[in-house]
Write a protein that binds this ligand. Structure first.
Ligand SMILES: [Mn+2]
Length: 332
């Protein structure tokens, strides 16, 4: 694939986006119409049918636009679509690896998964079943789930644990511990996502800065929970070693984007000050992928702000980086 995005980053408005050059492949378009200027497909990275074919893809994107228990700012239902839309404007060329990693990996984008509105318990049971089937169908492919509120992570983690028949090690990027037994009357709240997996998973949380007394107690009482506070990450990078020591061999990454400082990602339900920055976070992520077997991941809690593109773009690029790091071995 050529440098098809070179004209996409001039800071022009929406109206001018229509003027982009067509992508080289237009598999879904009738042969006689392929030279017309079609917009990139609404797939992760805008990959066409060839680069996004399930059969040859090494990675699968699972959008889950679920939002039911949001307690403050809402809008995470629109998260997956905003991430996918923004991802179409990311340069495919990744300078860190010197390659267009997306087409080289092959990334298949599933349609958004709709869950029942019959309440959080039913929706989470439905997601667990659906995720089981996605994992079975995916085989060796790496599944990256896009939320939605953080509640969706619990069924996905439970699905990975039952799929493997053993406990998993969860690396949680988050401002919050999400260890409440229940919240606002629901044990399936976004604020209880990690409490719902402790029987099947150990959790290392990084970037934490907004927790309740109850959650501090839960963390203290569980050997399998280790929390790293955002203010301890500020002065040095010693926290990276601390987190690595606590992680098992097979790691699931759940990435709540409120981990980031709200100056970078204000578009989230509960934007806590004092969060992570871009490059240190990438450096740590690369190390995790190089030193551990990452079995799956999710990116959750983006609540897009109309007209504010930077947070959507950052989160899309984060998702792309997760895939690049997962398949770093392909790029020497
Ligand atoms: Mn959070």
């Amino acid at each position: 694939m050529g440098n098809r995005r070179s004209d996409d980053h001039t800071g022009r408005g929406d109206a001018d986006r229509e003027a982009r050059p067509p992508a080289p492949h237009r598999g879904a378009v009738p042969r006689g119409l392929r030279d017309l200027e079609w917009a990139l497909p609404q797939t992760f990275l805008g990959l066409d049918e060839e680069a996004g074919a399930f059969d040859t893809a090494r990675a699968v994107i699972l959008p889950v636009p679920y939002e039911a228990t949001t307690s403050y700012g809402g809008g995470t239902r629109a998260g997956p679509a905003a991430i996918i839309d923004a991802s179409r404007y990311i340069e495919l060329y990744d300078r860190e690896f010197g390659a267009e990693v997306g087409p080289a990996i092959g990334v298949h984008t599933l349609p958004p998964l709709e869950l029942t509105r019959a309440g959080p318990a039913a929706a989470m049971a439905e997601l667990k079943e659906a995720h089981d089937r996605v994992l079975a169908a995916a085989g060796d492919r790496f599944v990256l789930m896009l939320g939605g509120e953080h509640a969706v992570s619990a069924p996905a983690i439970r699905s990975h644990a039952t799929h493997r028949g053993e406990r998993v090690s969860v690396l949680q990027f988050d401002a919050h511990a999400d260890l409440r037994a229940e919240y606002e009357g629901s044990p399936h709240s976004h604020a209880s996502a990690m409490a719902r997996v402790l029987d099947l998973a150990d959790v290392v949380g990084v970037g934490l800065r907004g927790v309740s007394a109850e959650e501090v107690e839960v963390a203290r009482a569980h050997d399998g929970v280790h929390l790293i506070w955002a203010d301890d990450m500020w002065e040095s990078d010693a926290w990276m070693d601390e987190a690595m020591e606590r992680l098992g061999g097979d790691v699931y990454i759940t990435f709540d984007v409120d981990y980031f400082d709200p100056s970078l990602v204000p578009s989230t339900g509960t934007p806590e000050p004092g969060g992570g920055d871009w490059y240190r976070t990438l450096r740590f992520l690369r190390r995790v992928f190089e030193e551990r077997n990452v079995i799956g991941a999710d990116v959750v809690e983006l609540a897009p702000t109309p007209g504010l593109r930077a947070p959507d773009f950052l989160v899309a690029k984060l998702a792309y980086k997760l895939l690049a790091y997962r398949f770093h071995a392909l790029f020497g």
